[in-house]
Design a protein around this ligand. Structure first.
Ligand SMILES: NC(=O)C1=CN([C@@H]2O[C@H](COP(=O)(O)OP(=O)(O)OC[C@H]3O[C@@H](n4cnc5c(N)ncnc54)[C@H](O)[C@@H]3O)[C@@H](O)[C@H]2O)C=CC1
Ligand SMILES: O=C(O)/C=C/C=C(\O)C(=O)O
Length: 490
């Protein structure tokens, strides 16, 4: 990445170990969502460029040393990547704040360290991995090898671009695949560095490639490309369906982490001293642009008034402002288009008769961020769980409190959704915690906590929230082909 004029960065593809412009020199602009200023011009790939990048990854897989080098050597290079990310932590966190609009403090203390951990974790995990052996009396011995699949297409979103890309890159690389990354076009800055970081870490040319452009063109071309063997995707459910259709002809493997509309269920025996601040995080972290957001807050009617009063006060106390400022807890939405989508739900809420508790308009802002895509933390109460604001993924700082009376009713509302990524339960009753955790149809349930991540644990969604699981051996199963070798012993 270079700077072309004051503060405007030039971002190119990273192909076969070097930066490259598009074959037709086309570019697109990226804006800072806090100000609407242009912060980067980015190479926009043609279909021919996508061919080239996928071919580079193919050649690096077929004839390069990456998949044949020892696991120890490969993993040492991946760990070096993690170290370089930590050495460049401030720079990457600044880019993430600039590009996504998320608070720098969160990127610096949580997401960039997690990105480094994603790489290191899978390097360690692969080195320690065993295999299966099945002796057949004394006559034959079966043993299993886990070999890389080939070229991995990683199509990644804009809400946590660097962290979520490394979450796929770590296991894909550790397993010995070569990679084509297609970052989200709205937020390409941090991810564009991964090629050069890989090169600096000693990873051979052609193993980590990055290609930029619109999802509908470049994402589609990567998905259809016959040199690409699998697609790991995080993003919207609609795009997941398109990827599945476009990848069908080349019979790709898919792993999808898609949308969510999590129920955050607060029972009357919950410890509100913990439940309120964590529910605020679950609602407004990254301006609610988190697939795991607890955007449907189910509250038992006996504590409804107390909960609303405390939650309102905590939402109003959140510091909304410049993402680069240390004290900022919530920044803008990522783009004008997304801002308009989120704002449209304020009209829908009104039409649906939802009761506004707080928010619903633009916050007071310092002069330099007056043009940013800001919305106040917004809270509604609605007693109709079928309302659109209770059903659709808004992906913004807009949450709805839904009252309930009994456990059965809470479960019924929690499961009345197309999504099933995660759920949250607040209770001091252990038996109830288990009952509700078993009853909610979602891939992760957090009890008296939220977004606590052990990278060994399965992570992914039921229903329209995804296909497959990431994490620990689940990621490795996706990024490897299991091979059984059967040896006659006599
Ligand atoms: N699960 C999650 O973490 C995320 C969920 N979303 C949800 O999706 C909604 C829409 O956001 P979008 O930016 O439109 O998400 P998206 O799912 O379209 O974008 C994610 C990635 O997919 C790529 N892409 C788009 N169309 C493609 C196609 N046809 N083939 C291959 N790749 C393609 C994009 O370029 C980007 O890299 C959000 O409002 C939110 O509800 C968005 C981002 C992340
Ligand atoms: O912690 C993870 O591995 C994944 C987190 C996912 C998100 O933050 C997201 O997609 O919004």
């Amino acid at each position: 990445m270079t700077t072309v004029e004051a503060n405007v960065k030039e971002v190119q593809h990273f192909i076969d170990g070097g930066y490259a412009a598009s074959s037709d020199n086309q570019t697109f602009e990226v804006k800072n969502p806090a100000t609407q200023e242009v912060i980067a011009v980015v190479a926009e790939a043609t279909e021919e460029d996508v061919e080239k990048v996928c071919k580079a990854a193919r050649l690096a897989f077929d004839s390069g040393p990456w998949r044949t080098m020892t696991v120890a050597e490969r993993c040492a290079k991946i760990r070096r990547m993690a170290d370089i990310i930590l050495e460049r932590k401030e720079e990457i966190a600044r880019l993430e704040a600039l590009d996504v609009g998320k608070p720098y403090s969160h990127a610096f203390t949580a997401e960039v360290p997690r990105a480094a951990h994603n790489l290191k974790f899978f390097a360690d995990f692969v080195e320690q991995r065993g295999g299966e052996t099945y002796p057949m009396e004394d006559a034959f011995l079966n043993y299993t090898r886990y070999e890389p699949v080939g070229v991995a297409g990683l199509i990644t979103p804009w809400n946590a671009p660097f962290m979520l890309t490394t979450w796929k890159l770590g296991p894909a690389l550790a397993a010995g695949n070569t990679i084509v990354i297609k970052p989200a076009e709205m937020t390409p800055l941090s991810v564009s560095l991964l090629g050069e970081i890989a090169k600096e870490a000693g990873i051979p040319d052609g193993v980590v490639n990055v290609v930029h452009g619109k999802g509908s063109v470049v994402g589609t071309a990567v998905t259809k490309n016959t040199d690409v063997d699998l697609i790991s995707f995080t993003g919207s459910t609609a795009t997941g369906k398109a990827i599945m259709r476009n990848g069908a002809d080349s019979l790709k493997k898919f792993s999808f982490e898609l949308g969510g509309k999590a129920a955050n269920i607060v029972f009357e025996d919950a410890d509100l001293e913990k439940a309120i601040p964590v529910s605020i995080q679950a609602a407004f972290l990254n301006s609610g642009q988190v697939c795991l957001a607890g955007s449907r807050i189910l509250v038992q009617r006996s504590i409804l008034d107390t909960f609303i009063e405390k939650f309102k006060a905590a939402a109003e106390a959140l510091v909304v402002g410049d993402p680069q400022a240390e004290e900022t807890k919530m920044g803008p939405l990522v783009s004008e288009e997304h801002f308009n989508k989120v704002k449209s739900y304020l009209d829908i809420a009104k039409e649906e008769g939802a009761q506004l508790v707080t928010g619903g308009s633009t916050p007071d802002l310092a002069a330099h961020i007056q043009n940013g895509y800001y919305l106040q933390p917004t809270v509604y109460v609605h007693d109709n769980p079928k309302a659109r604001i209770c059903q659709e993924e808004i992906f913004g700082p807009v949450v709805t409190i839904i009252p309930f009376d009994t456990e059965e009713e809470a479960l019924q509302i929690a499961n009345d959704t197309d999504y099933g990524l995660n759920g949250v339960v607040w209770t001091e009753n252990l038996k109830r915690a288990h009952r509700i955790s078993h009853g909610v149809r979602a891939g992760t349930i957090w009890v008296n906590c939220w977004f606590v991540r052990d990278l060994r644990a399965p992570f992914g969604g039921f229903k329209k929230s995804g296909i497959g699981r990431e994490g620990g051996h689940h990621s490795l199963e996706f990024f490897t082909e299991a091979k059984n070798i059967c040896i006659a012993l006599n």
